[in-house]
Design a protein around this ligand. Structure first.
Ligand code: 13P
Ligand code: SF4
Length: 302
């Protein structure tokens, strides 16, 4: 493993490349990344870096966004088959049909969507800036795609707004149950519960704090609690434990693992860098229509 990590560092240098990793990636991948972050952090960083090549340890829509923001760069996705089942739940045709149904609604599109879907949306959001994005929209009528749990969370936060949603969800977060949270609380009665807004409403109701993956570590740091029950993909435990070594973190459910996020390995990172394969691009016509929604989102301070 150490030899593989060293090899990756070498080729990254040779290729003038940087390795970016989402917080849900395998521990060894996050460990060697130049930048690890949540979807918003990664998109922002991708728009700023001077490197010629971005190796994106994440899922397909993330690599697409990185390419759209910096089309002069080469974006590589080590595991080409790593998609996001939630992103696949909505298609441009489905969104266009919804827009016909709700013609005077502003479309907020979660970044977990294809470039083609973003091309027919007004503005993007991530879990890290959802409330800021919704707040920034003057129109009180908002249609959110594809994640219903995220949309319902925003709707509870802004009862004065008319928020409609599509029926998408993240299979990993959606399967956490209220019962699992209650069981974890019984086992760790002193612990606080931190949940990601992709979890279902009944789970969020039981949480002490709801935030994106990048909000979890700072929250744990400033909290007086010493133990935390975490309701998001288990990869985040690496960052939480690294940044808060004196505190304890327990995953809320053993099922909180996204198989797509785990497809990136040291081996496929080496392979794509050596051969410069798995290049992700977006047709220029789609990019031009979609990038505005991502840029509008990035312009809103976190
Ligand atoms: P963020 O917390 O990074 O927004 O993402 C959640 C997620 O499911 C990414 O696939
Ligand atoms: Fe998609 Fe959920 Fe996996 Fe994130 S964790 S990539 S939203 S399936």
């Amino acid at each position: 493993t150490e030899t593989k990590k060293q090899r990756i560092r070498e080729i990254l240098k040779e290729r003038d490349a940087i390795l970016m990793a989402h917080y849900y990636q395998r521990e060894e991948v996050q460990e060697i990344a130049d930048f690890a972050g949540d979807s918003l952090g990664l998109a922002t960083e991708a728009s700023k870096t001077d490197a010629k090549v971005i190796v994106f340890a994440g899922v397909h829509f993330m690599a697409e966004s990185a390419y759209m923001l910096s089309p002069q760069k080469t974006v590589l996705l080590p595991a080409m088959q790593a998609g996001c089942p939630m992103a696949d739940m909505i298609t441009p045709a489905k969104l266009l049909a919804l827009k016909d149904e709700y013609p005077d609604y502003t479309v907020v599109c979660y970044v977990n969507s294809s470039a083609e879907v973003k091309a027919v949306a007004d503005i993007c959001c991530t879990s890290g800036n959802l409330l800021k994005v919704v707040e920034s929209i003057e129109n009180n009528k908002i249609l959110m795609v594809p994640d219903k749990n995220l949309a319902k969370f925003a709707a509870r936060h802004f009862p004065e707004k008319d928020i409609k949603w599509y029926d998408g969800f993240c299979p990993t977060h959606h399967r956490v149950s209220a019962e699992e949270i209650q069981d974890a609380r019984e086992q760790h009665p002193q612990a606080e519960v931190i949940a990601h807004p992709e979890c279902p409403p009944e789970v969020l109701k039981l949480a002490d704090h709801i935030c994106s993956t990048s909000g979890m570590s700072p929250y744990a740091q400033q909290s007086s609690a010493a133990e935390f029950i975490i309701a998001t993909e288990a990869g985040i435990l690496y960052q939480l434990r690294k940044n808060n070594p004196e505190k304890s973190f327990y995953i809320a459910s053993k099922r909180l693992v996204c198989p797509n996020m785990k497809m990136t390995t040291l081996d496929n990172i080496i392979k794509c860098l050596e051969h410069m394969t798995n290049v992700v691009t977006v047709p220029e016509e789609v990019r031009q229509k979609a990038v505005g929604a991502v840029e509008k989102m990035i312009a809103i301070p976190r």
